[in-house]
Structure formats: C-alpha cells, structure tokens
Design a protein around this ligand. Structure first.
Ligand code: TYD
Ligand code: MG
Length: 460
C-alpha cells in the first residue's frame, strides 16, 4: 500500500494535502505538521471494532417529539470526592465522556485512581503509561484498597473496548489518550489522527453502552490540551487540573460542561498519601505569620463560584542595575504595569526607578479583577514601607483613570471576609447600593478612587 502524507493542524485538527505556514481553518501559524496516513479501506471501516450485545441491531435513535422526552432524570454516579462531584455538576452522568487535562506530574493519575478506589461501582482503570506494579504502589500510598477496581495495561483501543464490554464496569478510566492507538489507523500514538480516532471510538462506546468514560489528556508545552479544539467538541466535559509543581495546591477547573455550570471549581491539596479535598480554601491560602510586614495585602477574590481570600505580596526596591524589572507570579504582568501606571499618573507615586515584584500566595493564578485593589495596596505599602493592618481586606477593580469599579458577587466576598474574622473590607462605592452593610460584623468601607484608598489607609 502506498504510504501517503497528510498535513494536520495541531490546533484545530483540520487536514490538508499540503503544508502551509498558516492553518486555513483556524488561522493559527506554525501549527501544521506532517503525519503518515494509510488510507483505510471501506472494508476496514466496516469491520466492527467491538461487538455490542445487540450486534448489528443496535438501537439506532428514532425521531422523538420534544415534549415526549423525559428531562431531569439524568442518572449520575456520585463519587466520594465532593469537589469532583461539584465540578461535574453533581456527579458523573452515565454515558458521558469527560476529558481531564493537565501537565505531567500534576496529579491526574492520582486523582482518578482515588476516584476509582473510592466509588461505589465496578471500575476499569486502563493505563498505557504505568505498569500494574506502579499502579499498585500508588494505590498503597493513598490507602484505599477496593476489590472492585480492575487494572488493565493496554493501549490498543479494540482490545480495551472488548475487555470493557465483557467486564461491564460502572466507570471506564483511560490514562492517557495520548498512549492509545486504534488498529484502524496506522499513525503513531499521540498523533492528531490517532487521538481523534481513539476519542471518537471512546465516545461511541460511552454513548452506546451508557458507561461513563474518563480520559486523561496531557497538556502541550504551550499549556493547551493536545489538539484542544479537536477533543473539545467530541467530549461532554473538559476539566483542567492545574497548579504550581512547587506548591501543594491543585485546582480542578471546568472548561466545558454539557451537564452543568462551568463556574465551578474544586480545590485539592497534594499530600503524602494522595489528594485531599480542600473545602475551606481561604483558611489555607492566608499565609500564617506572626508579624505584620509592609508589602502585603489581602484580596477577597472569587474563584468560579467560591469566595477565596488570597494574600498578595509586593516588593518594591530601588533598581540597582539598568532598566527596572517588573515581575509577577500568579498575576498578569501587563495588568501589573497598568496598575503601576495608574498609581504614577493619578497618585504621583514614583515606581519608575524601582524594581517591582509581585507574588500571589500559594502558587495560585488569579484572573479576578477584584484583586486589583489588594495589589495596589500591597504596592503602595511596599513603596512607602508602611504596613497594611492584617485585619483589612480588599475587593475592587481599578480602572484606567484611577476609579475603583464595582465587582461581581460583592455580598459573597463580604460574607467570606466576615466569616474569617476580618474587621474591615474596602470595596467600590458603586458596589454598595442596596447593600445592607449593617448585617455584618465586618465594617464595609466604600471608596471611589485610588487616592482615597491612600488617604484612608496610610495618611496620618
Ligand atoms: P501523578 O498522578 O502521577 O501525575 P500525572 O498523572 O498528572 O502525571 O502525580 C505525580 C506527583 O504527585 C508525583 O510527583 C508524586 C506526587 N504524589 C504525592 O505527592 N502524593 C501521593 O500520594 C501521590 C500518589 C503522588
Ligand atoms: Mg499519570
């Protein structure tokens, strides 16, 4: 058979017969790679990968009147992991295909092995990455031993699905999609065409057997799921497991969910004996320290639907060599530059000759604009070397003209700060209309501009 090359876009998965610098379908540059494709004959295509119980008479769907469809009775398999249940919208929907992405070493295998060992159902855990012994060792480490969890080390989709069909598990876990290969195509495991074919086969399997399937997917260097667009529309839900390798916190985020909200997120802590659910994030994220130092301020942020109080730390010091440095960990560097420019222009602070370092505690990444006010306070605090008292926290977005703008879910933020024993919270004056601030023990201070913040906090 003649071996033919096809050119596949690693971003959107579209194929073309010749190479190009820019993908015609999605417009991305330098994403097209060459793959060897052996055309699959129609004979091959017809070949059944696995025999479903009803054979050729699979119940193919018939047209149904919309009012006749029973809604609201989706069966969900509830896992012992509350965080995962919430992220999925209340448990694993039967027949659903869920992709969990994350960088190598972040804890994807650990998370799913924990689910496999804890859930009240028969589970088939397929690993193409590790040996049975390695998985056993991990299971020993997380101290959960159940007899209803089967391990299969196999990468051939046809064999995997045949085993799964015979075993009829309540949940099928695939670790990872990049190691699978389908006998129907000849390209190497992990290539775009393989990933697409294997995901497609798993999707058909899930839909026809009603067995939910979890697939683990590695993230590429650029921080995207391999062929993200490609897998995103095949699967029902995309979860991303993220965190900084050097810290123990892990966040499970929903990027897509056909059965629930994408605003939910789960928080875990990686410990010696597996992942532990963190139901009270703020208490852990506020760094414990005895003495108060300048350059630190606490922001009342929202991660998804959950309020979280997070410490921001700034260090402003005279630049000794050449161009002053600006560096941010866990926060957008351009946004930091913007905040510095606002402080220079609106309040007359001189950051120009200083190095500025900004850090979000716990190795988290914060995109919530409400953290602006805490960052601005930390910056001024470090520059002027004055302390922001530890009983104060902040929630407000800073606009280009130095105005403090309203943020979403202000009540939840105030409540969380109140619950954690903060005595004062600074919010935008545009945020407190209709707000019953008397309900809380915490004092709610409203401000309109950055200058007022300085006056209120530091002026004597
Ligand atoms: P792993 O689940 O193998 O990551 P992934 O599948 O995403 O590549 O987790 C690997 C890391 O987690 C590894 O560095 C060891 C650490 N770990 C713990 O700290 N505690 C534990 O109980 C386990 C099982 C792993
Ligand atoms: Mg793994």
């Amino acid at each position: 058979m003649k071996i033919k090359s096809i050119y596949v876009c690693t971003h959107c998965g579209s194929t073309s017969p010749k190479w190009a610098g820019k993908c015609n379908a999605c417009g991305e540059w330098n994403t097209i790679i060459e793959e060897v494709a052996t055309p699959v004959t129609t004979e091959d295509k017809k070949r059944q990968l696995w025999q479903s119980s009803s054979g050729s008479e699979r119940n193919s769907p018939k047209p149904v009147l919309l009012p006749d469809i029973q809604a609201g009775n989706t069966l969900r398999l509830v896992t012992p992991d509350e965080e995962l249940n919430r992220v999925l919208g209340g448990g694993i929907v039967s027949g659903s295909l869920v992709l969990i992405g994350g960088q190598p070493g972040i804890g994807k295998s650990t998370l799913l092995l924990q689910v496999a060992l804890g859930i009240q159902a028969k589970v088939l855990y397929v690993s193409g990455e590790e040996s049975e012994e390695q998985i056993k060792m991990r299971a020993d480490r997380i101290h959960q031993q159940r007899s209803d969890c089967y391990i299969l080390t196999e990468t051939n989709t046809s064999k995997i699905l045949t085993h799964a069909l015979a075993l009829q598990p309540g949940l099928l876990i695939i670790d990872s999609i990049q190691t699978l290969s389908s006998p129907l195509i000849e390209s190497t495991p992990g290539s775009i065409s393989q990933v697409r074919e294997c995901a497609g086969e798993l999707q058909r399997f899930a839909k026809e057997t009603n067995i939910p399937v979890f697939i683990i997917g590695h993230i590429t260097k650029e921080g995207t799921l391999a062929g993200p667009k490609l897998l995103e529309h095949i699967v029902d839900a995309v979860l991303q497991f993220e965190g900084d390798q050097h810290y123990s916190y892990r966040i499970l985020r929903t990027l897509k969910n056909r059965f629930g909200s994408t605003d939910e997120l789960g928080i875990y802590e990686m410990q010696q004996n597996g992942l532990r659910e963190v139901s009270n994030p703020s208490e852990l994220l506020l760094s414990q320290k005895d003495e108060e130092l300048s350059g630190s301020a606490i922001g009342a942020t929202m991660e998804g639907m959950r309020p979280m109080l997070i410490e921001t730390q700034a260090l402003v010091s005279r630049a000794v060599y050449g161009t002053p440095q600006r560096s941010a960990t866990g926060f957008d560097l351009r946004r930091l530059s913007m905040l510095l420019a606002v402080l220079e222009k609106r309040c007359g602070f001189q950051f120009g000759q200083n190095d500025v370092f900004l850090n979000i505690a716990g190795g988290l990444r914060v995109d919530d604009p409400a953290i602006d006010l805490a960052i601005v306070s930390a910056l001024i605090s470090s520059l002027e070397d004055v302390i922001v008292p530890g009983h104060i926290c902040f929630a407000g977005e800073v606009g280009l003209s130095g105005e403090i703008r309203a943020v979403t879910r202000i009540e939840q933020r105030i409540q969380e700060a109140d619950r954690l024993g903060f005595r004062e919270i600074y919010v935008s004056k545009y945020n407190i209309k209709g707000l019953d601030t008397g309900r809380y023990a915490i004092r709610v201070q409203s401000i309109g501009r950055v200058e007022e913040l300085y006056q209120a906090l530091f002026a004597v």
